[in-house]
Design a protein around this ligand. Structure first.
Ligand SMILES: O=C(O)CCC(=O)C(=O)O
Length: 293
C-alpha cells in the first residue's frame, strides 16, 4: 500500500504526474558552475550527505537536551529518538529566552555558521558570504505542518541572492513532516509579481492570498498544484542531507504523522554574498525578527 501523505490533512495525489522525488545534486556538490545551472533549472539543490553527520547529530543532541529540560520528551525512550511526552513545561520558563537558547546553541551555530555549510556557499556563490544571524530551529509535533509560501515574503528586504538551506537535524522520513517543493515554481513570473510582492511585516493582516497564517500563499497543496502545475517533490531525508532553495521556490511541509510520536527536528538557515544588501530584521545578537513593521 503506498503511504497516504498529507499536508494540512489534505491528501496529496501521489500519481507520478503529481508527485515525485527531489532530484539529487550530490554529484555536483564541488562544481560551482554546475550547481548554479542546476539551481537555475530546478530552483533547488538537494545534496545527500553534504553536511558532516556528526555535527548534525551534535546539534540534534543539543536541541533535544533543551526540550527534555522542559519536559517535552518521553524519558522512557532514548533522547535522540525525540519521542514526544505529549506535554510541556515551557510555560514555566521565559519563552523568549528559551527559543533564543535553541537557536543560539554552540552546536547549532557550528552546524549553520561554520564548517561544511559555509564552505558550500563560498564555493557556490563564488565570493565572501554571510549568513543571516537568525537561525530557525523547528521542533514540530505530530499534526504540525507548514503552509505553502515563498521565503521572500518573510525576508525580502535585502538581496534576492539569498538562499535557504533546510536541514533535517536527524533522519526525517516523509511521514515525519518532510519538506515539499513545488516543481518549477521558481519560474512562475506571475506569482512573483503578485504574491511575491507581499512583505509579511508591512502587510500584516492584509494577506489576500488565503493563507491563514501571516505570509502563507495557501494551505491547500492540491489547489495550488491545480493552479500552477508541477509535481510536489520530497524525499526521505537523512542526517547530513541538505536542501538549498531560492527565495521564490514555493514550498511547504507534509504533516508530521510519525507513528512513534516523534518530534520533527529541523533547521532552516540562510546565506548570501557578504557584499550585498541584507534584510536587517535577521541581523545581530537580538534580531528584530517580525517584531516591528
Ligand atoms: O520546516 C518547515 O516546515 C518550513 C521550513 C521553511 O519554510 C523554510 O525552510 O523556508
Amino acid at each position: 500500500m503506498p503511504q497516504i501523505l498529507t499536508s494540512n490533512k489534505i491528501a496529496l495525489d501521489n500519481s507520478p504526474e503529481k508527485f515525485g522525488a527531489l532530484r539529487e545534486s550530490t554529484e555536483l556538490a564541488a562544481d560551482a558552475a554546475a550547481l548554479r545551472r542546476r539551481m537555475a533549472e530546478d530552483g533547488y539543490l538537494f545534496i545527500r550527505g553534504g553536511l558532516d553527520r556528526d555535527v548534525v547529530l551534535a546539534a540534534r543532541r543539543e536541541i533535544l537536551e533543551k526540550l527534555d529540560a522542559v519536559g517535552e520528551l518521553d524519558k522512557t525512550k532514548p533522547l535522540l529518538e525525540a519521542i514526544s511526552s505529549g506535554t510541556s513545561n515551557r510555560a514555566a520558563v521565559d519563552q523568549e529566552a528559551f527559543l533564543k537558547s535553541l537557536r543560539t546553541g554552540e552546536a547549532v551555530r557550528e552546524l549553520c555558521h561554520r564548517g561544511n555549510l559555509k564552505r558550500f556557499y563560498e564555493n557556490y556563490l563564488g565570493c565572501e558570504v554571510r549568513p543571516l544571524d537568525y537561525i530557525w530551529v523547528r521542533t514540530v509535533p505530530v499534526g504540525g505542518y507548514t503552509g505553502i509560501h515563498y521565503d521572500w515574503v518573510y525576508m525580502g528586504r535585502g538581496t534576492k541572492n539569498l538562499h535557504t538551506t533546510w536541514i533535517p537535524v536527524g533522519d526525517v522520513p516523509r511521514n515525519n513532516g518532510a519538506l515539499l517543493i513545488l516543481e518549477n515554481s521558481h519560474l512562475q513570473e506571475g506569482l512573483q509579481q503578485s504574491y511575491g510582492k507581499l512583505d509579511v511585516d508591512r502587510d500584516r493582516d492584509k494577506n489576500p492570498y488565503g493563507g491563514a497564517v501571516g505570509g502563507w500563499y495557501s494551505e491547500d497543496p492540491v489547489a495550488v498544484q491545480k493552479e500552477l502545475g508541477g509535481r510536489w517533490l520530497t524525499a526521505d531525508f537523512r542526517a547530513g542531507d541538505m536542501l538549498v532553495f531560492t527565495m521564490f521556490t514555493l514550498h511547504c511541509s507534509l504533516d508530521n504523522s510519525s507513528p512513534e510520536n516523534r518530534l520533527r527536528i529541523t533547521i532552516d538557515t540562510r546565506y548570501q554574498p557578504a557584499s550585498e544588501p541584507v534584510d536587517e530584521r535577521w541581523v545581530g545578537d537580538n534580531p528584530l525578527a517580525h517584531g516591528k513593521k
